[in-house]
Design a protein around this ligand. Structure first.
Ligand SMILES: *Cc1c(COP(=O)(O)O)cnc(C)c1O
Length: 428
């Protein structure tokens, strides 16, 4: 697999190099220079396979000859299912929250941790990642006790759920939690600064495990096929995915699945942080200040994967006009949760509720809609119980974590402070 830097087309790297580097010159994202589609027969064959063997083939096809351990890595990373749950007539929830931290990010983070373990070749690595909630939890869990790798997770203080914080700040060992007095974008800017700091970067073997890293995105491609595999052939022919978007990694992965030959169209679902829907409407890229919402993993006004979406759309000869998109504020997100609960008795959390509503608004007759259930409702228990009048149970693993004390370091959004902290923690 060859990838190029979206900001400097002359920089070309292999998959392993892209994974190790994370990001290219000028903070440019790596992207495959071409995506070879499967034939219709190959797609039909793939859809008959179980999740793990199918995912091994998809990833082998994308990645090519590199990484002889790939098949073992996939089997070791994807140890939980992604069931498709019927919700209302013609809509299904793809439940991506059956992994250890109960969010879809377990797929990408577990795959990345193992790929990095395979390609680091004796080098010590430091994972520095900014999270608006679930990424940090998934990354921390995926890298916990991975030999030769240290992890520093930054999150905006008070802006992630209590449970998300517990999942990050109770692990200890090689995982450090840093709560930043600021918003997610400031955390993300600190990470970007660190990547620009050549000397620091080399010294600590810096790597990002957020959705900038191509390994995470590729892992996520596989569950779009898993959704299709659970539908009938007839449903599959008119398939629509609705993706609740924050950094637009999940959407990028879905579009890669489409480029590989999975027949589908896509609906972009956003909360009040609506930079992309406004851009698609007006053609102007005009991020506003980030607004805190119920669906906090989507509280992002400068989505870092958007250049990949544009690159792929261009590469495939698609048009941005082909996307339906919509935004939902908190009040209507709550209504959407209540509506699903009343219609089906199913409890969904705010991110999925946005995806469901925007899907419902754009689903045409004869189409089958799949919205991504990106997090387990129990991760947002407080909000869910308040909105639905329920008292949902915490899964056992979460209940145990919630009872442990957190150990986080508080910090101003200041780069020099962060740098000093990391060096001290690593004993450098
Ligand atoms: C991360 C996340 C999203 C947004 O995914 P992106 O790939 O950043 O667009 C949506 N919902 C939940 C629960 C998440 O954790």
């Amino acid at each position: 697999m060859e990838l190029f830097n979206l900001k400097d087309h002359a920089q070309k790297v292999s998959f392993s190099e892209a994974v190790i580097k994370g990001i290219g010159h000028d903070q440019g994202l790596f992207f495959p220079d071409r995506i070879e589609p499967f034939s219709n027969d190959e797609i039909a064959m793939l859809l008959k396979l179980p999740l793990v063997p199918r995912s091994q083939r998809i990833l082998r096809h994308l990645i090519g000859d590199e990484l002889p351990e790939l098949e073992d890595i996939v089997a070791d990373a994807f140890t939980f299912p992604a069931p498709l749950e019927p919700v209302t007539e013609n809509t299904y929830c793809l439940q991506l929250f059956c992994g250890p931290t109960l969010a879809f990010k377990d797929f990408g983070a577990r795959f990345l941790a193992r790929v990095l373990g395979a390609v680091r070749g004796g080098r010590h690595l430091t994972i520095l990642t900014a999270t608006s909630g679930d990424t940090g939890a998934a990354v921390a869990a995926a890298f916990l006790d991975q030999p030769g790798i240290d992890v520093v997770v930054l999150y905006p203080k008070g802006k992630i759920s209590a449970l998300q914080e517990k999942l990050i700040a109770t692990l200890g060992h090689n995982v450090r939690a840093v709560e930043v007095d600021g918003i997610f974008d400031e955390c993300q800017d600190l990470v970007k600064r660190a990547f620009d700091d050549e000397e620091f970067r080399t010294r600590i073997g810096l790597n990002s495990a957020n959705s900038i890293n191509i390994a995470r995105l590729l892992a996520q491609v596989t569950y779009y096929f898993e959704a299709a595999a659970q539908l009938t052939e007839q449903q599959r022919d008119h398939l629509v995915f609705s993706v609740p978007c924050g950094n637009f990694g999940d959407l990028t992965a879905g579009l890669i699945a489409k480029a590989l030959g999975l027949k589908s169209r896509f609906v972009i679902a956003c909360n009040a942080n609506d930079t992309v829907p406004r851009y698609l409407e007006s053609g102007r890229w005009d991020p506003h200040e980030t607004i805190p919402t119920l669906s906090n993993a989507m509280d992002i006004s400068r989505p870092n994967n958007w250049p990949r979406v544009e690159a792929l759309v261009k590469m495939q000869g698609w048009s941005l006009k082909d996307f339906d998109c919509g935004t939902l504020g908190d009040e209507r997100t709550e209504q959407s949760m209540r509506e699903v609960y009343a219609k089906s008795g199913k409890v969904i959390e705010p991110h999925a509720a946005i995806a469901w509503k925007i899907l419902e608004q754009h689903l045409k007759r004869g189409e089958t809609g799949v919205f991504l259930g990106t997090a387990h409702p129990a991760k947002f228990k407080q909000a869910v119980d308040r909105i639905l009048g329920t008292d949902i149970a915490l899964p056992e693993a979460l209940a145990q974590r919630a009872a442990l004390p957190s150990h986080a370091t508080e910090m101003k959004p200041d780069y020099e402070t962060l740098k000093a902290f990391v060096l001290k923690e690593l004993g450098l």
